[in-house]
Design a protein around this ligand. Structure first.
Ligand SMILES: [Zn+2]
Length: 102
């Protein structure tokens, strides 16, 4: 029981750190290497703490080159044939989402 309690706190700290690092990355977006370094540390913390990324952060950076995504600056968004296409302008990685028909 004691161990479980410890783990929960550990994860909460990790979650808070992840948000702080993401905020720092966005503030330092002009210095792209620094911003990528922040996201890289964020990703390391996430893996170490074995937590899932928050919904808000799930599509906010590139998982290949760790560049934080800002539309028009490091990210290009296109809509074609019912799909949203995200393109990372740093490593040219493409991510597609299908738009659900309601
Ligand atoms: Zn990328």
């Amino acid at each position: 029981m004691k161990k479980k309690k410890y783990n929960i706190t550990y994860k909460n700290i990790a979650k808070r750190r992840i948000f702080e690092l993401y905020k720092l990355a966005i503030e330092n977006i002009d210095n792209i290497d620094l911003a990528r370094r922040y996201i890289f540390i964020l990703w390391k913390i996430k893996n170490k703490a074995r937590i899932r990324l928050h919904k808000e952060l799930r599509n906010k950076f590139c998982k290949k080159c760790y560049t934080p995504w800002i539309v028009g600056k490091t990210l290009q968004i296109r809509i074609r044939k019912g799909r949203i296409i995200y393109k990372c302008l740093y490593c040219n990685r493409v991510k597609r989402f299908i738009i659900r028909k309601v």
